[in-house]
Design a protein around this ligand. Structure first.
Ligand SMILES: [Fe+2]
Length: 243
């Protein structure tokens, strides 16, 4: 079966700045719950489909399972992006030579404006996520508020930086009203190389769009580096691949 079984990834994040190991341990358990929830839903849906039809009397249960899929899948995947874009001894701001930095300038006029927008979303009242996406059609970045795990994700957009702002992400370390302190702590732990590895080069995007643009030597070099970095972060560092 193509969905297979999902396995929880392991993230070595002990010793972050301003986000305690106690918070992380609790958070990893919550994440594992979403992996299990995704597997359970897929299994129950497969059970209903086993005879090749969705009977009328199965429809209410089937509908409810399908409605919960987006919540569980996104709960699993967004936590992997979130844990995957942090590291011990991270840094608050990206180096200026990273593609990500340049993309914030191209899309927002400056990195500072991009950051003001991203942090502003993180401070919004409610339970959810702040996510910086890249539009695969033109390479532009845009920041979005996601309610719960699934309301507000843009179909086909590519997540670059993902910040959990559910209260469980910081409540053991900060009061609910002190979310800005958590956001500051999050920024001091960002693994900007991991974020940069998620950026898709504008040249590659344009070729993908059929605009036949010549790739520069530098672009090819960056693409090669990025391919290696992406492989390392998703397979080398975290061990078992999904699937
Ligand atoms: Fe979370």
């Amino acid at each position: 079966m193509i969905n297979g079984t999902y396995y929880a990834r392991e993230f070595n994040l002990s010793g972050l700045t301003g986000i305690s190991d106690r918070t992380l341990e609790m958070h990893f358990k919550l994440y594992e719950g979403y992996v299990k929830g995704t597997n359970d839903l897929n299994q129950r849906i497969a059970d209903i489909l086993a005879d090749g039809v969705v009977d009328q009397d199965e429809m209410p249960a089937y509908s409810e399972l399908k409605r919960r899929l987006g919540f569980e899948y996104n709960g699993m995947v967004l936590h992997e992006y979130y844990f995957g874009n942090m590291k011990k001894d991270g840094s608050s701001d990206p180096a200026r030579d990273l593609e990500f930095y340049q993309a914030t300038v191209d899309s927002f006029g400056s990195y500072e404006v991009w950051k003001a927008d991203f942090v502003g979303i993180g401070k919004m009242r409610g339970v959810g996520w702040a996510i910086c996406y890249q539009n695969p059609a033109n390479g532009a970045l845009s920041n979005h508020w996601i309610s719960l795990h699934e309301v507000g994700n843009v179909a086909g957009f590519h997540p670059l930086l993902v910040m959990d702002v559910w209260e469980h992400a910081y409540l053991l370390d900060y009061k609910p009203a002190d979310r800005p302190k958590y956001i500051e702590a999050f920024f001091s732990n960002i693994n900007w190389l991991a974020v940069d590895a998620r950026v898709q080069l504008k040249e590659a995007l344009l070729i993908g769009a059929g605009l036949k643009m010549q790739r520069t030597e530098r672009a090819n070099e960056l693409a090669h580096q990025r391919k290696y970095q992406a492989w390392f972060y998703w397979h080398g560092q975290h061990g078992r691949p999904h699937g």
